[in-house]
Design a protein around this ligand. Sequence first.
Ligand code: RIB
Length: 318
Amino acid sequence: MSKAPKLVVVGSSNTDLVVNCDRLPQPGETVLGGTFGQYFGGKGANQAVAASRAGAEVIFVGACGYDEYGGKARAALKLEGVNLHYFRRLPGVPSGVAVIMVGGKRKENVIAVAGGANEELTVQMLEEAKGAIQKADAVVAQLESPPEVVAHAGALAREAEVPFLLNPAPADVVLEPDRASAARRKPTRQAWKQFFQNVSCLTLNETEAELITGQKDPKKAVAALRGYFKLPAAVITLGKKGCLVSDEEGEKTVKAPRVEPLDTVGAGDCFHGWLATGIAEGMSLQEAAEHAVLAASIAVTRAGAQPGMPWRHEVVGE
Ligand code: RIB
């Protein structure tokens, strides 16, 4: 890499409290014999770490509380070389926490998040990072931050003519800004389409793709994302099968190497952080996706979202 690409990541920071067990319990059931781990997480912070280890210069825009979780999450990101100038500490709110279970043969996960300070990130706070966005090679976001902030990140990126890469995870969200009073309802296809208007590349898993497009088959889902949703590029991650990429160059499946998974938490974030770094470096979507698939296949063999992210030399050998 001749010059490190500059990324602005807008998103969440959590502390992950993880129990890894042989199988995931059913509602009302207790499963014994698990092991416990506490890791730095949050989709935004995970993607920031993935990109930093991939070789990008990363500025993180987010919020945490003044509690111990927030302090430690900040210290960990600092050690990763992430710029924390726009990672705000907010009084009177707890930092984000995720309670996670990992289990089964493929070490799949279920996650419940108490967003805390992540939900208090505002458009005004993001505006302070406008200068950084104007100088960035790519802007990255997910949906653990308020949707109006994510939409504004897209608008600022579009204004600055910087690619905006969105990972709409989780996709089970209410897009309207009046969420507190609004009845909880799924966004319509039209609402998603409007929300994606500034997105250059959408990266999502099969569950998210089905929620948004209504299509279970990833090929049909990707066709809908490029067609009805008018996305210039879309990538659907397929777990152990790799991913499906589609842009103006065409459609292609990128296969993943066979690995023995230990912990899949953060694998999608690893993928998105690496994909964004590749695109910011000027790679084709397919080339960036090849790196992202390799990186994610390493991440799933390691415990913890942020500690499990691979380093550049492990993926590209330089
Ligand atoms: O994508 C994985 C992440 O989702 C976890 O680190 C957890 O914090 C939740 O945000």
